[in-house]
Design a protein around this ligand. Structure first.
Ligand SMILES: Cc1cc2nc3c(=O)[nH]c(=O)nc-3n(C[C@H](O)[C@H](O)[C@H](O)COP(=O)(O)OP(=O)(O)OC[C@H]3O[C@@H](n4cnc5c(N)ncnc54)[C@H](O)[C@@H]3O)c2cc1C
Length: 440
C-alpha cells in the first residue's frame, strides 16, 4: 500500500466523520434558526462549534499513539497533521464564542458583556466550558514558535496537556445546551460515542499500553558506554525484548526512573538492531536531560512508549540499492537499520560531519560494513566542500537516481539531499527521513 493511498484512506475516514458531524446540525435546523439576523449568527456559531470541536478531537486522536496508525503513517507525520488541525480547531471555537455572544446579545437586546456574563453564570456547564476555552487558548498560543522557543520543552509539554482538560471541560455544555443535541437523541449519542472513543483510545494507547509493556518487559539500564565527546550509548536489558516488535531505526520515548530523570521522557532512536535481551540507544548531550544520561546507574528501571516511526529497513522496496545518509549523531538509526536489510542488498553509507571527532560509532560502522559488504564514505569538512548536491552525490553513488534513500541529520543536510533527490527524479516513497525533532 503506497503512502499516498494510506493518506487518502485516513482523509476519507476523517471526511466521513466531518460529514456526519455537519449532518447533525443540518438535520436539526428549524425555521426559527433563520428567523432574524441574530438567530442566523447563533446558527453560524453552532456550525463553528461543531466543526472546531470535531477538529480538536481528531487532533487529539492523531497523537493518541494508536499503534496501527503510527506503524503505517509514522509519528512525525501524525504530529505534523496534529499541528495543522489544532490551530483551525482553535480558530473555529473562538469564532463560536464570539458569534454566540453576539447572537444572544442581539436577540435579547442587551450589551455584549451582559450577554456573555449571563451565559457564563446561568447556562448549565458554561463556567467549566469557559475555563476549557481559556486553557485551549493558552495551550494554542504556547505552541506558536515565538512562545515555544522561549520556554523549555518540559514547560511547553505541561502547558500542552491543558488541551485535554480544555476539550473535556467543554463537553457537557455542548450536550446540555447545544440545540442540535437537546431533543435529538441520535445526534447526542453520536457525539457521546465520538468523545468516548477518543477518551478510551487515549487512556489505552497513551497510558495503559506503555505502562503494561514497561512492567512486562522489566526494562532496565544495563550499562552506559562513552562513544566520544558528549555522546554515550545506553544498553537497556529486559525480558522478551523481541516481543516489543521494534525494528532498527524506530524510536521509543524513554523515561529513566532515576532521581533526576523520572519526570521527563525523551525520544531516542535505536542505534542497533534489538536482540531478545537488549536494546541500545546512542545519545548526544544537548540539554539537561541528555547530559544527565551519562550518570545513569546500571539497574535503573526504564519506562517506554513505542516503538514508533516508519524509518526502518522494512519500509524500503526489495532489491533497491540503498543509500543511507547520516549527519553527526543522526547516524545512529542508520547504523541500526543497516543490519536489517536482506542479505546481498547493496548499501552505500554517506556519513557527514564537520570534524573527525563527530564521527560516532565509526569503528562499529567499519566492522559492520565489512561484514555485510556495504561501502562507507566519510564526508568530513565544510558544507562548501561537501555540497550534497545531486552531482556531488553521484560521485559516490553513480546510480543515485535509482536508489532508495534514508537520511537522518540536521535540517540543512536533509533539505540539501531532498533537493538532490528531487533533481534525480527519486519519488517521495523512495525517500525516507527522520528528523530528531518533530517538525511542523
Ligand atoms: C524521533 C526522534 C528521535 C531522536 N533520536 C535521537 C537519538 O537517537 N539520539 C540523540 O542524541 N537524539 C535524538 N533525538 C533528539 C533528542 O530527543 C533531544 O536531543 C532530547 O530530547 C533533548 O533533550 P534535553 O532535555 O537534553 O535538551 P533540551 O535543551 O531540553 O532540548 C534540546 C532540543 O530537543 C527538543 N526536545 C527536548 N525534549 C524533547 C522531547 N521530549 N521530545 C521531542 N523533542 C524534545 C527541544 O525542543 C530542543 O529543540 C531524537 C528526537 C526525535 C524527535
Amino acid at each position: 500500500m503506497s503512502k499516498r493511498f494510506k493518506d487518502d484512506q485516513i482523509a476519507l475516514i476523517t471526511g466521513i466523520g466531518l460529514g456526519l458531524t455537519l449532518t447533525i446540525q443540518i438535520t436539526t435546523l428549524t425555521a426559527s434558526d433563520f428567523a432574524d439576523i441574530y438567530s442566523q449568527i447563533t446558527t453560524a456559531s453552532r456550525f463553528f462549534a461543531l466543526t472546531g470541536s470535531y477538529l480538536a478531537i481528531i487532533g487529539l486522536l492523531l497523537i493518541a499513539r494508536i499503534s496501527w496508525i503510527e506503524n503505517v503513517l509514522g509519528h512525525d507525520r501524525l504530529v505534523t497533521w496534529h499541528r495543522k488541525a489544532m490551530p483551525y480547531a482553535l480558530y473555529f471555537i473562538t469564532l463560536h464564542v464570539l458569534l454566540v455572544t453576539l447572537g444572544y446579545a442581539g436577540g435579547d437586546q442587551v450589551r455584549i458583556g451582559t450577554a456573555l456574563w449571563t451565559m457564563i453564570t446561568t447556562y448549565p456547564w458554561m463556567l467549566p466550558a469557559t475555563l476549557g476555552f481559556v486553557l485551549l487558548l493558552v495551550a494554542g498560543v504556547s505552541s506558536y514558535r515565538i512562545f515555544r522557543q522561549s520556554i523549555s520543552y518540559e514547560s511547553w509539554w505541561v502547558i500542552h496537556l491543558y488541551t485535554y482538560l480544555g476539550v473535556a471541560l467543554s463537553f457537557m455544555h455542548q450536550i446540555l445546551t447545544g440545540a442540535m443535541f437537546i431533543s435529538h437523541p441520535l445526534a447526542k449519542n453520536y457525539w457521546i460515542s465520538l468523545y468516548s472513543f477518543v477518551v478510551v483510545a487515549i487512556l489505552y494507547w497513551r497510558i495503559l499500553m506503555p505502562l503494561a509493556k514497561s512492567i512486562r518487559h522489566k526494562l532496565m539500564v544495563d550499562k552506559v558506554v562513552n562513544e566520544g565527546p558528549g555522546v554515550v550509548s545506553i544498553y537497556i536489558k529486559g525480558r522478551d525484548v523481541k516481543k516489543l516488535n521494534a525494528q532498527g531505526g524506530q524510536f521509543f520515548s524513554w523515561r529513566f526512573l532515576s532521581k533526576d530523570l523520572w519526570y521527563q521522557s525523551h525520544p531516542y532512536s535505536l542505534s542497533a538492531s534489538p536482540s531478545d535481551e537488549s536494546m541500545r540507544i546512542t545519545v548526544k548531550a544537548l540539554g539537561d536531560s541528555s547530559s544527565e544520561l551519562t550518570h545513569l546507574k546500571s539497574g535503573t528501571r526504564v519506562f517506554i512508549e513505542g516503538p514508533y516511526g516508519v524509518f526502518k529497513a522494512s519500509s524500503a522496496r526489495r532489491g533497491r540499492h540503498i543509500v543511507l545518509i547520516g549527519g553527526g549523531v543522526g547516524i545512529t538509526p542508520l547504523r541500526a537499520i543497516m543490519e536489517e536489510f536482506p542479505n546481498n542488498t547493496q548499501i552505500d553509507i554517506l556519513y557527514r560531519a564537520s570534524h573527525e571527532s563527530e564521527l560516532v560509532l565509526r569503528k562499529e560502522l567499519d566492522e559492520l560494513s565489512d561484514r555485510i559488504g556495504a561501502r562507507v564514505h566519510y564526508l568530513v569538512g565544510s558544507r562548501q566542500e561537501h555540497t550534497m548536491s545531486y552531482e556531488y552525490l553521484k560521485k559516490f553513488v553513480p546510480n543515485f537516481q535509482d536508489s532508495e534513500v534514508f537520511i537522518c541529520g540536521p535540517e540543512g543536510l536533509v533539505s540539501a539531499v531532498k533537493e538532490a533527490a528531487k533533481k534525480a527524479g527519486i519519488p517521495k516513497n523512495r525517500f525516507h527521513d527522520e528528523a530528531f525533532a518533530f517538525h511542523g
